[in-house]
Design a protein around this ligand. Structure first.
Ligand SMILES: *Cc1c(COP(=O)(O)O)cnc(C)c1O
Length: 395
């Protein structure tokens, strides 16, 4: 069974592919034909790895969380993606794709962003490598992620509000796709998660796979074996999760857990738990599980965390779900908040709201005392301080 990579048409099982308007064929085909040869070349890898080490600050620590482990009576390790430059895992992918775009002769970069982390990461890579940068962002997300909007602007990016639909991430993706259709030659679209038409899910998963590559090396050093008993990550589109799972999906002994945003509850009508609520459909260029009505209208998702507020899930994860290779939990807003405060108190680490959904699995599942449980701490909580402050004033 191959869970790691799609087939030559971009399918993971029955999920994936490239469902795009004809106008996008040349762009997507150019990428499909060239991405592997470029990103696997020695020249590319030298430049990319050098930047990951000296600019991003990799390898990120694999931290044994002693206090959290004591509380949950198991062995918990946190993969500290929050310590990356710009504060989340997104930079691994943004930097890789902007380097790829340069090698494809592109001069203009567009991106979409929800929490703002991908926008900041892309704007950062563009500042560093000297490319024009335009970021599409839902109007509501612009309001709830003001610090990241300021960062993007300071980095020289133009931030354009998506004002249609729910004014959140999926609407920003639609605007970005529209831009790409209108600017096919000069522009590369840096998709921020393992979503979109083939080859984006594979491209993004490969750039994020550094996370599990490092986990293996670090576990070997710490516990004498490369594989944990569990890996846990939150899933919006699924890029930090794909990176965390990548080098473990073919290892049967490693159990895989994904945490989705339950919002106010799976059955509340305000949720983003795609595997619970979704059905087979096409969203943003690939076939996957989508939250939609019977006649195919996308249902507006809800999550307290902008980064998980997405009505779909990458085909990589839809395949893991369907095959029962991964176990999926739905974590509600209040449960994620509780876990954020708990980690802060016990370990002195303020996590992103997204990452807190992964932490909340500790309350849902019983682990054995000697289980090695690796949780991806996908980002830091600075951007969520307003939400955390509001919570503190209520309770
Ligand atoms: C964007 C984001 C996510 C969700 O995106 P994935 O592609 O599912 O990883 C999770 N955590 C943080 C900190 C983010 O910024």
């Amino acid at each position: 069974m191959n869970y790691k990579n799609p087939d030559e048409n971009g399918y993971y099982g029955e999920f994936g592919g490239a469902f795009i308007p004809e106008m996008l064929y040349p762009n997507v085909e150019e990428l499909q034909k060239n991405y592997l040869a470029i990103i696997e070349s020695e020249d590319f890898q030298n430049e990319y790895q050098d930047l990951l080490t000296h600019y991003v600050g990799r390898a990120t620590p694999l931290y044994f969380a002693k206090n959290l482990s004591k509380k949950y009576k198991t062995q918990i390790y946190l993969k500290r993606e929050d310590l990356n430059h710009t504060g989340a895992h997104k930079i691994n992918n943004a930097l890789g794709q902007v380097l790829l775009a340069k090698r494809l002769g592109k001069t203009r970069i567009i991106a979409e962003t929800g929490a703002g982390q991908h926008g900041v990461a892309t704007a950062t890579a563009c500042a560093l490598l000297g490319l024009e940068c335009i970021v599409y962002m839902g109007e509501i997300d612009i309001q709830r992620q003001a610090p990241n909007v300021a960062r993007m602007k300071m980095l020289g990016a133009e931030v354009i509000a998506a004002t249609s639909g729910s004014k959140t991430l999926k609407d920003a993706v639609n605007e970005a796709l529209r831009d790409w259709i209108n600017n096919p030659v000069t522009t590369h679209y840096v998709i921020g998660s393992v979503v979109g038409p083939h080859p984006f899910p594979d491209l993004v998963a490969r750039f994020q796979s550094i996370i599990s590559k490092e986990i293996r090396e670090q576990l070997k050093e710490k516990i004498g074996r490369e594989t944990p008993d569990y890996v846990i990550a939150c899933v919006g589109g699924g890029s930090n999760a794909a990176g965390t799972f990548y080098h473990f999906v073919e290892e049967k002994d490693v159990k895989i857990i994904a945490a989705e945003a339950g919002g106010l509850g799976v059955h509340s009508g305000k949720s983003a738990a795609t595997t619970f609520l979704g059905t087979l459909g096409v969203l943003h260029g690939s076939k996957s599980l989508v939250m939609q009505t019977a006649d195919g209208q996308v249902i507006e998702p809800h999550s307290i965390s902008a980064g998980l507020d997405y009505p779909g899930i990458g085909p990589f994860h839809a395949h893991l779900f369907q095959d029962k290779r991964a176990e999926f939990f739905s974590i509600n807003d209040d449960e994620a908040l509780k876990s954020a405060f708990e980690l802060t108190k016990l370990e002195g680490i303020i996590p992103a709201l997204e990452s807190s959904h992964a932490l909340a699995v500790l309350d849902k599942k019983k682990f054995n005392e000697d289980d090695v449980v690796v949780i991806c701490l996908s980002g830091r909580g600075d951007k969520d301080m307003e939400t955390y402050l509001k919570e503190m004033s209520i309770s």
